[in-house]
Design a binder for this molecule. Sequence first.
Ligand SMILES: *Cc1c(COP(=O)(O)O)cnc(C)c1O
Length: 376
Amino acid sequence: MTDAPLPDDAAQIPVRVRPEIAALPAYQQGKQAGADAFKLSSNENPFDPLPGVLEAVHAATALNRYPDATAGRLRERLAERFGVEQSSVHVGAGSVSILTQLVLATSGPGDEVIFAWRSFEAYPWLAIVAGATPVQVPLTDDARHDLPAMAAAVTPRTRAIIVCSPNNPTGPIVTQAEFDAFLALVPRDVLVILDEAYAEFITDPDAVDGLRVLGTQGHPNVVALRTFSKAFGLAGLRVGYAIGHPRILDAARSTSIPLSVTAQAEVAALASLDAEDALLERVRTIAARRDALAAALRETGWRVPDAQGNFVWLPGGAETMQIAAAFDAAGLIVRPFAGEGLRISVGEEDSVEKVLSIAASVVKDLPEAHPGRGLA
Ligand SMILES: *Cc1c(COP(=O)(O)O)cnc(C)c1O
């Protein structure tokens, strides 16, 4: 990306900045939800922290001390839970930070990082920050990963491939069979990152399971990424983890900003793991709410792709920003992707009826052949 054109306002930056960095759009703060609005724009968990979490965080009072650099207790606990060696677990300040580490460790200028598109908005950004070239492979018509096309996009310059299942923001999973067939086509020395940020919400038994891939199938080039931000409801504390080959995780760790997982995040994650029953109950509630929301949206006439995370996707096409404004006016903050569609998180129970009523009213105004219109 060394030939990235300088943005028009680059002259306003008082120092020399890498052109591809100067060209990145400045971070835009998401809309703050008003007191009576529902914030359905960041796939957050609507529930309070799990039992025991607040107490654990309160008890972690040694704020003058640096945390344990490797989050050893949490790694040990995750290793036990998933039946792997502790050296196969890496903890980071959110799984996005581990994604960044993995891309930095594998990919530099001239190298290529492949991922599906539309997918998680961090992917192109972290490839560019590493100096590498993002390679986007379009989703299929039903908003799923096109894994054969992703395998076909591999070149001698490919260093990493990111697979997101369920896909943020569109919702569908990758099946185990699709993933197995894909791995058979990918060179063994190319890192495959399986981003499973929403794994806990999956109800489709055919979905790929990163831990199974790693455990029984022995693919040392696969790293599975999970997070405490979504199902566990700890987005504000920043803690996620990777499971994979120890030497790959060592390389990732070498690129990391040291000591970024706080003691408070670590004890909160440990307490959350202790509350497994309460977690599963919440996850079931959210998954059931999601299924009901998706089904009801389809009944109103929307073409909603399979939803396996804690969010649904409305293909808003050219009308996306108008539709988002209609939700906004009704006190529903959703996440629009201009020209493509809207992602709506499954939030508080009371938000569901409101979402449905706006969705039903806007779908009527869509033109006949609009991509958001269902076949019914
Ligand atoms: C939310 C999310 C993550 C995790 O974010 P962290 O809070 O950094 O753990 C990772 N990948 C995808 C696709 C996500 O949607």
